[in-house]
Design a protein. Structure first.
Length: 468
């Protein structure tokens, strides 16, 4: 076999492959065996039909087609290896010549990873928010805990702010009750603003048995984003009593003996959360600065596939779970279709560039992934998927996605490597020292959120796709 590589542009090549006919013999023999098992010819036992009879009855062309289709992936892979290429996705294969008993020639056009030069990034400097936990933030957290321990008592009076009302709701659009627009026995705290705009005003002043009607834009369901006429009926009104904020409350709501200890614990937790947020902010800003330093040609077919993948995931998975279509989503986001498409293209380009750059840094830095690191990452991913670690691991293995997860960890480690070598200061001018483990964990999340959505196909070699 002989192969030659023609560079069409920085991200696409054409392979021309010539295969002497004798190298097709194993696939040709396999084709005869396969056809032998599939057909019957009078006078011959199944599987014992001579090749010349198969040629006479079914045509030599059918045998050659079967043999070539069987052999193409092998010869394509050999040509890729010989050319030292890193293909992306499936190639477009065209058989240009097939001379029986002489020669097979085909071409394969395929996108490849562009060659990237990583510059010295140690001069990158970013500024992040300083870590500060205000008293009112602690008050808010303790206040939410206090709300959980509130007691309610049914009262015979009009509902007021802070009361809990049990309500029945019915939504109509164009005079028709929506199939998913009825809810009964819903507990709602007046003033929380957590359901529909206008609900607080509608139920305030109503006693048990009272009904009101108001108009509101639906936030989810089959008519998300549309105006609906909402009927609400109050079935009970309950007053809420909050416990006193004292040491007794601390002992009731936590393992602490005093309110001061409880507040200190929440302050420490808020501080740790802000440290993680600070690390994430640092990584996002470092990644943006890094991408500005590196020129990355983007394969246009890959970009088109990435845009389509992101759009499909949004419409058929994320929005479908919310009972919403793209039109309703755009209305809620106050975006036009053109603005959405432009944003999607920008996100897709950044995802591909992120993946290429971090993969190249991982390669240059010779970063590897241990089994322990992969397991930790798998556990974190399983938590966001709603599956147990065992279920998630099984799905990953069965889906052939192990290398995808390895790639995610390597890119997180690559970004962490960059972050650890640059200058990070906070808004008060203090140099920020980020915890190494915290950096790697949040770097994985940052890299994962920025990189290509169709990573499995983006990073893989793919198979062959013949175009006769």
């Amino acid at each position: 076999m002989k192969s030659a590589v023609e560079t069409l542009n920085p991200t696409r090549v054409r392979l021309t492959v010539e295969v002497p006919f004798e190298e097709l013999k194993p696939s040709l023999d396999a084709a005869y065996r396969k056809i032998n098992q599939q057909v019957q010819v009078p006078g011959f036992r199944k599987g014992k039909i001579p090749a010349r009879i198969i040629d006479q009855r079914f045509g030599r062309g059918a045998v050659l087609e079967e043999a070539v289709n069987d052999a193409l992936p092998k010869f394509y892979t050999e040509a890729v290896t010989e050319g030292d290429l890193s293909p992306l996705g499936q190639p477009d294969v065209d058989i240009t010549e097939l001379r029986d008993n002489e020669l097979l020639t085909f071409t394969a056009e395929v996108d490849i990873r562009p060659e990237i030069t990583i510059p010295d990034y140690s001069g990158i400097a970013v500024t992040v928010d300083a870590i500060e936990v205000a008293d009112d933030e602690v008050d808010e957290v303790v206040g939410r805990l206090r709300e959980r321990f509130a007691s309610t008592t049914v009262v015979e009076r009009a509902a007021a702010e802070g009361d809990v009302v049990k309500i029945d709701l019915e939504a109509r659009v164009d005079g028709e009750v929506l199939s998913d627009g009825v809810a009964n026995g819903v507990d709602y705290t007046i003033g929380s603003g957590q359901m529909l705009d206008g609900l607080d005003e509608a139920v305030t002043g109503l006693e048990a048995g009272g009904t009101a009607t108001f108009t509101s834009e639906l936030k989810g369901g089959s008519a998300a984003g549309r105006e609906a006429e909402i009927s609400v009926t109050v079935t009970t009104v309950s007053s809420r009593e909050l416990p006193e904020l004292d040491d007794d409350f601390a002992q009731l709501a936590s393992e602490f003996d005093t309110l001061e200890e409880l507040r200190a614990s929440h302050r420490d937790r808020l501080t740790e959360e802000k440290k993680y947020q600070q690390a994430t902010e640092a990584q996002e800003k470092v990644l943006d600065a890094l991408l500005e330093l590196v020129e990355v040609p983007i394969p246009q077919k890959l970009l088109a596939d990435e845009i389509e993948t992101r759009k499909h995931n949004l419409e058929h998975h994320q929005l479908a779970q919310l009972g919403m279509d793209l039109e309703g989503y755009l209305k809620l986001q106050e975006k036009t279709a053109e603005e959405y498409d432009a944003e999607l293209k920008e996100q897709s380009e950044k995802g591909i560039r992120t993946q290429f750059v971090l993969d190249e840094i991982a390669k240059v830095e010779k970063l590897s992934v241990s089994q322990e690191e992969l397991t930790e990452h798998l556990v974190r991913r399983s938590q966001s998927s709603g599956m147990s670690p065992d279920q998630f691991a099984k799905a990953v293995v069965e889906g052939g996605q192990v290398q995808v997860l390895v790639g995610e960890v390597r890119r997180g480690k690559a970004l962490a490597t960059v972050v650890e070598s640059v200058t990070v200061t906070d808004t008060e001018g203090n140099e920020v020292r980020l915890d190494e483990d915290e950096v790697e964990e949040s770097a994985e999340a940052t890299a994962e959120s920025a990189e290509a959505a169709g990573e499995g196909e983006t990073a893989g070699e793919g198979g062959t796709k013949s175009q006769d």
